[in-house]
Write a protein that binds this ligand. Structure first.
Ligand code: WTA
Length: 652
């Protein structure tokens, strides 16, 4: 591992722009000033148990009250010990006694343009019916249910129905292969599979049931399979194993009281791929996760009852779990949900949806933003985006120039941007601006949320000085934290709790500036070591993206006899033609922006970068290509296999 040597990293980035919250936004915000934020932060830091305890008592429903806020046997946390609650109850039943009863919970649009709205009352009934279906199929509290579905309301219904009866869901992103499903089903020992005949993606049918059929041949623990009819394509139904969703639902009653569940009852497993090796089943539990996603949703998105909130992630990722389903619905929000691709039938689909439904908050990924920039402003300019009041990003660092574009073109210069840093493991957002309080700096996720105590350390666990990069760790437990890795407790301890004493290791590098703002510098494993200087990938990439010809860039180190590592960059152009002159210009540009040390040795032009299915650049593969090695390790999470071949072909 590159990062194990010292931990410290040199920062070369210079970003001086600051954007205070617009006064009219701050005036109406839940948290409207830095003083308020600081007071809240101090309260949480000084007495985390009464801080979280009070919110938990007030904002969650308790069938039985908890007796202790936190039991911390490092590295094992129990939050709200002894309490009994149910997240499906908190997402649904709680609103039925309020004016939100007939408010839209889910506003959905399918890729072909079909529309549906489910009010809280309707969603509650659907969830109850499907929970009865699960029971009817023999699913009991603690059983694992594997979900492989397109982005349709039934995906959320299935998740909430599992939660209602205490079954543990494992949602698998509908782009994964049969092999990947089988591996996850096997690890979780899933008893039931839920899927659909197909899903729509860029006008084509994804044959989900066909993929599941192959997966189930290798998933001996799965006894039954429920199939939603979404597309109407031909599928084979296996007698005694496969059931149609609509047929089961016809018979099911809408009466299904939520099961009182222990605070620490497992809620879901979500698999994340480590850079190599077997995917890890991140295990989250009930009450802490519920409270953490609700509070962070309200704080970060300054949620208001009249808002329509749109998180464009898929429910197959943690972002979809926490900020499409559990956080927003616990808060009684209306969420927009969209099934398909952002460029179908044209590159303006997102802007069309925002205009049509008057979406107020858009939460999306930097990879999408860079694609929008490449596709051209004309797609945006066709639409009225004046309903937007807040923008967010998640998943990767955002290059400052992409941030500026998002701010100006999508936000019309008036919407604050919340750059939210967090992980599957953290359950919810850990660092982010509060849009009515925190002045933002493009490229920084700014400050930790209340209750989150980050530190930046070297490999020995010493705090590094201000302005220097190092390993980002979290020094105190928080309610949304993962509770373990399914079936592999050693790996949980080894991976997250053994390197730095008493701290959770995030695996990311970061630095903090003189204003106490955090800048995420990328994964520990991705650091580039040039002549003893340890550089962060995002800083070199951001310098490249600030050149007008560049749409996106990835920087990696390759072995170099003299410098230890040389910097190789892979560049996707907006519409300029690759040329030697442009290559030199880009090298000069980086030199000017951040200094000679960071000047790339190799500049390779490419039409696409290898990405994970959730859109993160896979620098590990680029490292192999840059150093002329065959790719080893897991490539199953790669979004588009042809990219690798193309990149190799592009080599000089
Ligand atoms: C990266 C997604 C910079 C980071 C919620 C983290 C980010 C990993 C940001 C987790 C951000 C996520 N700025 N980097 N705002 N958000 N990351 O598990 O490397 O899919 O460790 O969770 O994404 O990815 P995951």
């Amino acid at each position: 591992m590159n990062g194990s040597a010292g931990g410290q990293i040199d920062s070369v980035m210079q970003e001086a722009r600051v954007f205070p919250p617009p006064p009219e936004f701050a005036a109406r915000a839940r948290i409207g000033s830095m003083e308020e934020y600081e007071a809240l932060y101090a309260r949480a830091k000084n007495d985390p148990e009464s801080f979280w305890g009070a919110y938990a008592r007030e904002e969650l429903h308790w069938f039985e009250p908890f007796t202790k806020v936190l039991e911390w046997n490092e590295p094992y946390a129990k939050w709200f010990v002894g309490g009994k609650t149910n997240i499906s109850y908190n997402c649904l039943d709680r609103h039925l006694e309020s004016p939100r009863r007939h408010k839209a919970a889910i506003v959905w649009e399918g890729e072909p343009g079909d529309q549906r709205v489910l009010t809280y009352d309707q969603l509650h009934r659907e969830v109850c019916r499907f929970a009865n279906v699960l029971k009817h199929l023999g699913i009991e509290k603690g059983d694992r249910v594997s979900i492989y579905m397109p982005m349709v309301p039934e995906l959320a219904i299935a998740m909430l129905a599992c939660a209602r009866i205490g079954a543990v869901h494992s949602v698998i992103f509908a782009g994964f292969s049969a092999e990947a499903i089988a591996e996850r089903n096997h690890d979780a020992e899933a008893k039931l599979q839920i899927t659909a005949d197909g899903g729509w993606r860029r006008g084509k049918v994804l044959p989900l049931k066909e993929t599941v059929d192959q997966a189930l041949e290798k998933s001996p623990t799965v006894q039954k399979c429920v199939v939603l009819r979404r597309v109407g394509n031909d599928v084979t139904m296996k007698e005694g194993r496969d059931y149609w969703w609509h047929e089961l639902m016809e018979e099911a009653s809408t009466d299904c009281p939520a099961e009182p569940l222990d605070s620490e009852h497992p809620l879901f497993i979500l698999y994340t791929s480590g850079s190599t090796g077997k995917p890890k089943g991140i295990r989250h539990t009930t009450a802490g996760y519920n409270l953490y996603t609700k509070k962070t949703f309200e704080w970060v998105f300054d949620y208001r009852d009249e808002d329509l909130f749109w998180c464009t992630a898929d429910c197959g990722w943690i972002t979809g779990h926490s900020y499409i389903v559990y956080g927003p619905l616990s808060a009684g929000a209306s969420v927009m949900m969209y099934e398909g691709a952002p460029n179908w039938p044209a590159e303006d689909r997102f802007w069309d949806i925002i205009e049509k439904y008057r979406v107020n908050t858009l939460y999306t990924a930097p990879t999408a933003i860079r694609a929008f920039i490449k596709w051209g402003d004309e797609h945006v300019e066709k639409h009225d985006l004046s309903s937007l009041r807040l923008l967010g990003t998640v998943g990767e660092g955002i290059n400052p120039e992409a941030w500026m574009w998002y701010h100006e073109k999508i936000g019309g210069g008036r919407c604050p941007i919340v750059d939210t840093w967090w992980q599957t493991e953290t359950g919810g957002i850990m660092m982010s601006p509060l849009p009515g309080a925190t002045p933002t700096k493009p490229g920084s996720c700014t400050k930790p949320l209340p209750g989150i105590i980050p530190r930046i350390v070297d490999a020995q666990g010493n705090d590094v000085p201000v302005g220097h990069g190092g390993w980002l760790v979290i020094a105190k437990p928080w309610p949304g934290m993962l509770r373990g890795i399914w079936g592999n407790e050693e790996r949980y301890v080894e991976q997250y709790w053994s390197k730095i004493p008493h701290c959770y290791l995030t695996g990311d590098n970061a630095r903090v500036d003189e204003d106490g703002y955090y800048w995420i510098m990328g994964r520990i494993d991705d650091v580039i070591n040039v002549s003893g200087h340890r550089l962060s990938t995002i800083e070199v990439e951001s310098a490249l993206v600030s050149h007008p010809a560049v749409a996106e860039a990835a920087a990696v180190g390759r072995p170099d006899e003299i410098k230890g590592q040389a910097i190789a960059v892979f560049v996707v152009l907006k519409d300029a033609e690759p040329s030697d002159a442009l290559r030199d210009e880009l090298r000069q540009h980086v030199r000017q922006e951040i200094g000679a040390l960071a000047q790339p040795d190799d500049v390779r032009f490419t039409t696409a970068l290898p990405k994970t299915r959730s859109g993160k650049i896979m620098r590990r593969l680029l490292r192999d290509i840059a150093s002329g090695k065959e790719t080893v390790g897991d490539t199953t999470t790669l979004e588009d296999y042809t990219v690798l071949a193309k990149l190799r072909g592009d080599e000089e």
